[in-house]
Design a protein around this ligand. Sequence first.
Ligand SMILES: Nc1ncnc2c1ncn2[C@@H]1O[C@H](COP(=O)(O)OP(=O)(O)O)[C@@H](O)[C@H]1O
Ligand SMILES: [Mg+2]
Length: 363
Amino acid sequence: MIQIVGLSKSFATGKDVVSAVSDVTFEVQPGEFYTLLGPSGCGKTTTLRCIAGLETPDAGKIAIGERTVSGDGIFVPAYEREIGMVFQSYAVWPHLTVFDNVALPLKHGRVGNLRRAEINDRVLESLRLVKMDSLAARYVPYLSGGQQQRVALARALVVRPKVLLLDEPLSNLDAKLRDEMRLEIKELVKGLGITGLYVTHDQVEALSMSDRVAVMFEGHIVQEGVPREVYEEPNSLFVAQFVGFANFLEGEVLDPPADGIACVATPYGNLSCHSNEVYGKGDHVVVVIRPEKLRIGREETDPLMNTLKGVIRRIVFRGASLECLVEVGSKALQAVFESGSAVREGDQIELSFAAQSCAIFRH
Ligand SMILES: Nc1ncnc2c1ncn2[C@@H]1O[C@H](COP(=O)(O)OP(=O)(O)O)[C@@H](O)[C@H]1O
Ligand SMILES: [Mg+2]
């Protein structure tokens, strides 16, 4: 539905040239909810603005549906691309009512020349989708942030786009509202059968909403996959650090990987670690272990199980889980246990974790 091939865009700022997006290639399938995830400044907004027709790419090709909208000497202007867009700053007009804000694209855009009755129907239909129909007559300054963002969403949907581009639409909302809106947006987009391209720096949003995620760093896509893949099988230290929380242990390879398992010396002891890369003896590596992969107790049955002795130094009750700081020798590991686990601060415990659940990366 959206096809991006070799997209590049730089900006001249004074004497410098900033490369915002370089050689980015990805494809979003019809009906898919696809997310670009990355830290601030990595080129997410620029990518989205190129797709929307708000920036002219330096190189590359963009197709929406069957139609090339940019590249090969073609440039289709923004208002002729069949997309809706929602920005972080709601970009709704304060001097207009909710109704008039949502009606704007029908009066000025590609759809144009609709009869008054039809405009009315479509605006109300769109407002109903975002549960704002009862506030149609209200002026924007009298709405909360969440309601303003709903208006922006309704305005993007009113043209019945095939593709919806969302640029950090939840970033200005408070945490509770963000949680609710995440699911609501995804269900709305899925329910309408629209192809969604979402941009965020928030990994929780990306993992919980998306069919697939592309992790961006410094203008490049560094990994693409379903959320579970990106979380459980990061292909670089950057992705492991950026997506989710993890323990990072410095170590040195003792036995290079054989059958995908290496032995690594760390300040926590020698660990069996998973890797499909080639490493030599003595290579400096970082071992990555997710806190929820640590289990209490020794598991003798699996020879590839690592076991460490430790003392629980701190327990934070999180409702559904316990976040524990476990001291191992002079070091500490973050662990997450089920909240029913019978552990107390000061307890001596054994921690076990499978070689498959600790990966190594070059230092
Ligand atoms: N209009 C612009 N003029 C100059 N530099 C820009 C412009 N837009 C973006 N940039 C730069 O391009 C890089 C990528 O920006 P952006 O796409 O906004 O990243 P993100 O949305 O991931 O935070 C940043 O270094 C940013 O400063
Ligand atoms: Mg941005």
